[in-house]
Design a protein around this ligand. Structure first.
Ligand code: CS2
Length: 493
């Protein structure tokens, strides 16, 4: 066990190639980030460090953890420093990142968090709180009326939820000095900027914040973004690897792939880091990119995860093996069902993109658990698969593969077992509602009808589509009779 903990004091002992690209000790905070999990540390925090190295600016990050204080314990004693491990097959690069300058736990330090959002030096607030972190219904983009935490924050102006935190922090800022600020959603939601803007306004209106609403319109922008980098949960073996390679103990290390993409709507209320100098694309319209990413990559990822876990796989790379039936199925999903629904920017090679997605899924150095991708399906399916299905149905087509992805989710939440009988855990904010609706229902028609009635997930147009329903029932029958593996083989010939 290596005794020396990574931190400002141990930076001098790092191999020069792994040292931070900025001087963390002298970097002031300019960004508040809500939801400092592995994804933020592997994506925006890295891009921000590179942007500071290339273009300067006081853009250190105050990272805020939401549910548990684990990240405070990991990064606090390390002065915010952590190692980024980039793996591709047998190749590996390690780099210590220095852009995170402080870490706070929202539930224990609401005052510190609100002060940071209000501070004049803060000009950007970014978020990665996952789909469910917004407490909205994905089918309508409205606040969930049944969320007890939202109801509590609305009642007392509290900060249990990110919306409560944003609205209280922005109101404090307005009262203190009113300097403009940009709120940048970095979660895998379609139109994430406008959706977050709508939720913040809805929340503020229900708090009776007339003045705040006026100021939001004048001084706050919500640019939309598309984010992409596969980042599995870190394991003990990854931390041991850092200790062996760098000679320091790092409790905050993250593992990721070489690929990284960030497309940002260039609509900021005030200054921002020079992210375009570090590989990000700043553009007037993010929508084509976000559709491509959510439907091609994430739609395939969810389809892979539900079918793969039913078939008995544990890791994405095994399920997506290049010559295996699932890779063939996903290629077909992307090129024959998703592609016709997309508006593709000039010069963008969609077939090459699809091949790159499959190559990334099959990266054997990423131990990406399918169970991690299976989580929160009710919040993910609408933008990943249901948009494709709706658009294909409107065009009179029968999207058989995308509906198989949805049927696999239905089987996953209804049987909670793999085809070989291994118990599977359904982690989902709607898990209780789903279980209630499914109680006593096992026949494919019953399962399909019970789940199609989840109006937060399936909008009326799809829920009442008889062709969609029939496809789901047929797929569920096949999955029950033959298992996921044979079903996929049967479809890929
Ligand atoms: C994955 C995503 O967990 C999931 O649902 O599909 O986190 C995926 O790895 C990222 O969106 C890749 O950018």
């Amino acid at each position: 066990m290596t005794a020396t903990r990574l931190g400002l004091a141990s930076l001098g002992s790092l191999p020069p190639a792994s040292a931070p690209r900025v001087d963390p000790g002298s970097l002031g905070v300019g960004i508040v980030h809500l939801g400092i999990g592995a994804f933020h540390r592997a994506h925006q925090a890295v891009c921000t460090e590179d942007a500071i190295a290339a273009g300067g600016g006081e853009w250190g990050i105050c990272g805020v953890t939401q549910r548990s204080r684990a990240v405070v314990d990991q990064l606090g004693p390390q002065d915010g420093l952590y190692t980024l491990i980039v793996r591709d097959g047998a190749a590996e690069r390690l780099r210590v990142v220095g852009s995170v300058r402080e870490v706070r736990w929202a539930q224990a330090d609401a005052e510190g968090l609100l002060e940071r959002i209000a501070a004049p030096a803060t000009r950007v607030v970014t978020l990665t709180v996952s789909e469910k972190g917004y407490h909205h219904d994905p089918a309508t983009n409205r606040l969930r009326s049944d969320s007890p935490e939202i109801a509590a924050d609305l009642a007392d102006g509290g900060t249990r939820t990110v919306l409560g935190q944003l609205v209280a922090g922005l109101d404090r800022r307005r009262r203190a000095h009113g300097a403009p600020v940009s709120i940048v959603c970095c979660d895998n939601l379609p139109h994430n900027g406008p959706v977050l803007a709508g939720l913040v306004r809805e929340f503020a209106a229900r708090r009776g914040g007339e003045r705040l609403l006026g100021w939001l319109g004048e001084s706050v922008r919500f640019p939309a973004t598309m984010v992409d980098r596969i980042t599995p949960a870190t394991t003990g073996a990854d931390r041991a690897r850092v200790a062996a390679a760098l000679g320091v103990r790092d409790e905050g290390a993250v593992v990721t792939e070489p690929f990284s993409q960030w497309v940002i709507e260039d609509d900021f209320a005030a200054e921002r880091p020079a992210w375009e100098l570090s590989g990000a694309t700043l553009t007037a319209d993010v929508r084509p990119y976000e559709h491509i990413k959510l439907r091609m990559l994430n739609g395939s990822h969810s389809t892979l995860a539900y079918l793969g876990i039913l078939a008995g796989h544990e890791f994405a790379a095994d399920a997506a093996a290049p010559d295996g039936p699932l890779a063939a199925l996903l290629r077909c999903l992307m090129m024959t069902e998703v592609a016709p629904t997309l508006e593709v920017p000039a010069g963008f090679d969609l077939a090459a993109y699809a091949e790159e997605v499959l190559h990334r899924f099959a990266n054997p150095a990423l131990r990406h658990r399918l169970a991690q991708i299976c989580m929160d399906g009710s919040q993910k399916l609408p933008q990943r698969l249901l948009g494709t299905i709706r658009d294909r149905r409107r065009a009179g087509a029968e999207p058989v593969i995308a509906t198989l992805g949805v049927a696999a989710w239905m089987r996953f939440v209804s049987t909670r077992r793999s085809d070989r009988g291994r118990g599977l855990v359904v982690e989902d904010p709607l898990a209780d509602q789903i279980a209630d609706r499914l109680a006593g229902r096992e026949a494919p028609e019953q399962v399909v009808d019970a789940l199609l009635a989840l109006r937060q997930v399936f909008a009326a147009e799809l829920a009442s589509d008889a062709v969609f329903r029939d496809l789901l029932i047929e797929h569920l029958r096949r999955l029950a009779a033959d298992g996921a593996e044979a079903t996929v083989r049967g479809m890929t010939g």
